[in-house]
Write a protein that binds this ligand. Structure first.
Ligand code: XMP
Length: 526
């Protein structure tokens, strides 16, 4: 399979380069700058990312380009461009002012293959403290901005290009076109990496790897595990057994509804109801981290207990996705850190199973596209993320059956109201696909939930005074949960939800809306 290799020097936005290429149906892989993989004939080109470092720093990433420059098409972005200048006969200096923000690119060589079809004056995004003051040997400038003479250049006689701006970020209006010119034009990629081709090759690979062995997979009701399950099912059919654990902390009717929809999808799924064990071990526990630890341990024990009953299972399927796998390029040497999957940490070792992760090379939006191509229903594909510890971390303080009842009722009203609010024409982008507009608020919001607060306040209902708990509504927009902003709801929506919750949920007499962004707050309250 043809691919582009992206060498990461530690920029915050390296993953965006990958996502833009994938949008163009070009397959790519990201590696730390000092872990260059073996380049075989499937590699069609190489991209050097940006970096928080200056090329003049003593600890600046040193990229070994001997086997790459002049041999493969090469594109340097920001630090990557400055590195090419600095190492190959040019010069880079600290500029007096940081070049940061929007700039207008003046195309100076319209017939350059990198800039084919780009408007004569195109908005780009700059973010660097240094600037190239002399081009490398044999290079020609192909575009400038008002402040940056060498905004883009080409080293003549080879397919080496460089841009000091960031084509991968949204604010570079024709950035995807420039990346497309590189990948599809200069590198000659076919652009045939589609969800359908991914499914075809992955199913073949899974068949070959797993053969007649059996696989167990934990389903959570979320998009990743569901898509992983359906893919594995397509490859090995009933040799796949899925386990869906009820921890007693799920949303209203969620266990029954999700189990039913899995069965409808033809998955061989076992419901593992351990709610009693979870709730009894959590009784009286108030510390958030202790709650998480208890839930994590019980999940593993429950999963293990059910999985052991499946004779001959040698594999554990997991819904790990690419952002969990990419090694990040640490700047002081390499701090390679691979995040373990939230909910099943420690399981493979404990059960002596081999791990199969069919989605490990996909970004989240691609998992959704693959899910759609597999025919998974839209209400599963578009589901909000939900934390492993479930409602336990949305009840502040200790957990009781009564508190769970109150929270489930309020949450159910809120989530249904989000789904039922028609926001056509309000210009809210869809959280699961920002290229289209949302038609209801559930789709516009990235994640939403209700939090039950452990204080009581006075209210009045009819002739009676009440002394009950408040709930807080949370709704955020985000792309990766690392940062998030609160969602700007129409007032009439907030008004209706507040009335409905207070009128219908016994035990709640006040509704607040959480207007904190992350950072400094977090999405969950615990
Ligand atoms: P925070 O609250 O840290 O959450 O802003 C970021 C995202 O992670 C989810 N989350 C968790 N998911 N186990 C999980 O599987 C956890 O312990 C956990 N804590 C938070 C949260 O819902 C949000 O999507």
């Amino acid at each position: 399979m043809e691919k582009i290799i992206i060498l990461d020097s530690g920029s915050q936005v390296t993953q965006l380069i990958g996502r833009r290429l994938r949008e163009l149906n070009v397959y790519c892989e990201i590696y730390p700058f000092n872990k260059i993989p073996v380049l075989d004939e499937s590699v069609k080109g190489v991209i050097l990312s940006g970096s928080p470092c200056s090329v003049r720093d003593y600890n600046a990433p040193q990229i070994k380009l001997e086997g790459i420059k002049g041999k493969y098409p090469l594109l340097g972005i920001c630090y990557g461009a400055q590195y090419l200048a600095y190492k190959f006969g040019g010069n880079v200096e600290g500029s007096l002012a940081r070049e940061y923000g929007r700039a207008i690119l003046d195309v100076r060589k319209a017939d350059s293959p990198l800039l084919k079809g780009v408007s004569a004056r195109s908005q780009v995004w700059m973010s660097h403290g240094d600037t190239i003051s002399k081009l490398p040997d044999g290079a020609e400038v192909i575009a400038s901005t008002q402040d940056v003479e060498y905004a883009a250049f080409h080293i003549c006689g080879e397919e080496t290009y460089a841009v000091q701006f960031h084509p991968e970020v949204f604010h570079s209006v024709e950035g995807t076109k420039i990346l497309g010119n590189f990948a599809l034009g200069i590198c000659g990629c076919k652009g045939d990496w589609t969800p359908a081709s991914f499914i075809e090759t992955t199913v073949e690979e899974l068949k070959k790897t797993i053969g007649d062995d059996k696989v167990v997979l934990g389903l959570s009701g979320g998009v990743d595990s569901t898509v992983a399950g359906v893919l594995l099912n397509k490859a090995i059919g009933h040799n796949l057994t899925c386990i869906f654990v009820n921890n007693g902390l799920l949303r209203k009717n969620e266990y029954e509804d999700v189990l039913e929809s899995y069965k409808d999808m033809g998955l061989n799924v076992i419901g593992a109801d351990a709610s009693k064990e979870f709730l009894s071990e959590l009784a009286g526990v108030t510390d958030p981290e202790t709650k998480r630890k208890i839930i994590g341990r019980l999940f593993v024990e429950t999963f293990d207990k059910y999985a052991r009953q499946i004779e001959g299972a040698h594999w554990l399927g997991q819904g790990t996705i690419y952002p969990d796998v990419i090694e990040s390029a640490g700047i002081e040497g390499i701090a390679s850190k691979i995040k373990s999957h939230h909910n099943v940490g420690g399981l493979p070792e404990r059960m002596h199973l081999k791990v199969v992760e069919p989605l490990r090379m996909l970004f989240k939006d691609e998992v959704r596209r693959v899910g759609r191509a597999l025919g998974i229903k839209e209400d599963l594909i578009g589901r909000h993320p939900f934390p492993g510890p479930s409602l336990a971390i949305r009840i502040i303080g200790d957990i009781t059956e009564e508190k769970l009842r109150v929270l489930r009722e309020a949450d159910d009203i809120y989530i249904k109201a989000l789904r039922n609010y028609d926001c056509t024409g309000m210009n809210f982008p869809s959280a699961s696909d920002p290229r289209i507009m949302a038609t209801n608020l559930y789709d516009a919001v990235w994640q939403a939930g209700v939090i039950l607060l452990p204080i009581k306040s006075v209210g009045v209902m009819g002739d009676e005074r009440t002394y009950e708990n408040p709930v807080a509504l949370r709704a955020v927009v985000s792309t990766d949960a690392m940062t998030a902003d609160w969602f700007h709801f129409p007032y009439d929506f907030l008004e209706k939800v507040s009335n409905d919750i207070i009128n219908k949920v016994k035990g709640v007499n006040r509704v607040c809306y959480d207007i904190s962004s992350k950072p400094p707050a977090t999405i969950e309250w615990e």
